[in-house]
Design a protein around this ligand. Structure first.
Ligand code: DC
Length: 225
């Protein structure tokens, strides 16, 4: 049977990662966290203190940036030129920097190339902001996962706290709002629902409910192949 491409888009904190990981596991597919790729690149930009207006420098590091996603005991590890940056890329500062670098056309172009190279043969559950609209417009199942801003901020807050980070809920809410606005308002590949995407609001829906709902769509798609 042909392996499918499952695209999950939506704003931060909507539950994309949890749901995408579960789906990939159930299907035996590759889980592709495209946000982690933007974060890894942003980490390098910060490390090298590169000015986002300096196109030459950006081009240089884009050319020599290798990003690999590897599964390790159910956890996704992110490598940048062989260096494990999994933990470093999950700070609020990196979230903002990833959102900023992702507004740049040349950065998106390179990331989309890398993402297509990973997923073009199918058997992938990819999550991000532009998967159903730009990366895989022909994806077999497209989901736009959303939740109320308060609930999304609460989830991100709990996640960061769980990692032992010092966070304040109103700060998380503010940070998320700023990022949402930038991600939805940028000129290149803004976050938006693909025309043929199914919208799921996870505000009052547990992970199991969301996974079940999407699995139903996937099974329908598999049945008509
Ligand atoms: O999914 P995330 O929060 O880890 O993503 C971090 C940032 O990367 C997000 O604010 C916008 C950007 N991003 C993007 O522009 N396109 C994607 N497909 C994934 C992430």
């Amino acid at each position: 049977m042909r392996k499918l491409i499952i695209a999950i888009d939506g704003p931060a904190g909507a539950g994309k990662s949890t749901v995408a990981k579960r789906l990939a596991k159930e299907l035996g597919y590759t889980y592709m966290d495209t946000g982690a790729m933007y974060r890894a690149f942003a980490w390098r930009v910060m490390e090298e203190r590169i000015d986002l207006g300096d196109e030459k420098e950006l081009e240089r590091i884009l050319k020599e940036t290798r990003i690999e996603l590897m599964e390790d005991n159910g956890r996704l590890r992110v490598f940048l030129n062989g260096l494990d940056v999994t933990d470093q890329i999950r700070t609020p500062e990196l979230s903002q920097m990833a959102s900023k670098v992702s507004t740049l056309k040349m950065v998106r172009k390179r990331m989309v190339e890398l993402q297509r190279a990973i997923g073009f043969q199918g058997g992938v559950v990819a999550e991000g902001r532009d998967i159903g609209t730009v990366v895989f417009p022909g994806a077999d199942v497209k989901i736009y996962l959303d939740a109320s801003p308060r609930e999304r901020a609460r989830r991100r807050f709990e996640e960061l706290k769980g990692q032992g980070k010092e966070v304040i809920l109103v700060e998380t809410l503010k940070e998320m709002d700023e990022r949402d606005r930038r991600d939805k308002g940028r000129a290149v590949a803004p976050l938006c629902k693909a025309e043929d995407a199914i919208v799921i609001d996870s505000t009052h829906f547990g992970v199991n409910g969301v996974v079940e709902r999407i699995m139903k769509e996937i099974k329908n798609k598999m049945a008509i192949q």
